[in-house]
Design a protein around this ligand. Structure first.
Ligand SMILES: [Zn+2]
Length: 306
């Protein structure tokens, strides 16, 4: 698999909701030196090995800081228990996930079991990873709590999770622009029920999903309408029906609109870039700043691991 083009993209792409397999919930065995921490009054339990105590501390801090906002943004009235496992290898921790999750994943939300697996080695390797993947996976579990009975398109859930985790950056705008320009940006209909297995194509799918979700609410009256929309989906038990009632057009209409809009918007921006040398210089300076920030963050997480 091709290595990621930058660490920021790695963090963006490596959060995936897994909930499509059957089988009864089960409690995996604790490691020999496994520890458990409750974040009471939040209904969150973190399980970790002693050597990963600092990572577990940080995960706990992020939960305490972010959960009240995440819950409020989706209008979840009362939260049910969530378990977070900090593990050296998520795929080996839960063998049933081996076939379900990509090898490049950092953290995974197991919806039906309301469990998040944080792959500690990968999560501390990439820039800002924990600060993004923990809220991202929490979003998946909390949205599942809010709308448990309706299957929703992946582009909507991934766009929502990225918006809640505040993952977007100018680098992502740049990558999305390049994907649109090169024809590598998928249509919504192609990322409704599955995502590309290939990492680079999956990254493009995440970015299109973010654009689709945020544009829908930004142009449709604001993000404060999200709880109302989720309530409609829960009530009608159909994403497509609720979508048409709520927005006044179908999901297919929106797919066409978004495709045309991205083409128009990003093609014109690229033309500006090609004809304006100053814009190019600004972009290079920006990438230098980002690069320095990545190096500093990696150092911080290396220290956390020691
Ligand atoms: Zn996700």
């Amino acid at each position: 698999m091709r290595p990621p083009s930058c660490a920021r993209s790695l963090a963006l792409a490596l959060a995936i909701a897994v909930g499509a397999w059957g089988g009864a919930a089960r409690a995996p065995a604790l490691e020999a030196d496994g520890l458990t921490r409750s974040l009471s009054p939040l209904p969150v339990t973190i399980r970790y090995e002693k050597r990963h105590r600092r990572v577990a501390d940080r995960v706990g801090e992020i939960c305490a800081e972010e959960i009240p906002r995440l819950v409020g943004e989706i209008g979840l009235a009362s939260m049910t228990p969530i378990e977070i496992i900090v593990t050296p290898d998520a795929r080996r921790y839960d063998a049933s996930l081996m076939a379900e999750i990509p090898t490049w994943g950092v953290a995974f939300a197991v919806l039906e079991e309301q469990r998040i697996l944080v792959d500690v080695d990968r999560a501390t390797r990439a820039y800002n990873s924990l600060d993004e993947v923990v809220p991202h996976e929490l979003s998946h579990l909390l949205v599942y709590q809010r709308v448990p009975r309706v299957r929703m398109p992946i582009w909507f859930l991934e766009g929502l999770a990225q918006w809640q985790a505040q993952e977007w950056s100018l680098v992502d705008s740049w990558q999305l622009m390049n994907a649109v320009w090169s024809g590598g940006a998928p249509r919504l209909r192609d990322v409704s029920w599955s995502y590309p297995a290939d990492e680079t194509r999956a990254q493009a799918a995440y970015r299109v999903s973010y654009a689709a979700f945020t544009q829908l609410f930004a142009e449709g009256g604001g993000f404060e309408r999200l709880p109302e929309f989720l309530a409609d989906i829960d009530r009608t038990r159909s994403f497509n029906d609720a979508f048409q009632d709520f927005w006044g057009f179908t999901v297919d209409d929106y797919d066409v609109y978004l495709h045309d809009d991205l083409q128009r918007k990003y093609h014109s921006r690229l033309l500006v870039f090609q004809t304006e040398p100053l814009f190019g210089i600004a972009a290079v300076l920006f990438l230098i700043v980002i690069g320095r920030h990545i190096i500093r963050s990696r150092k911080r997480y290396r220290e956390m691991e020691e």
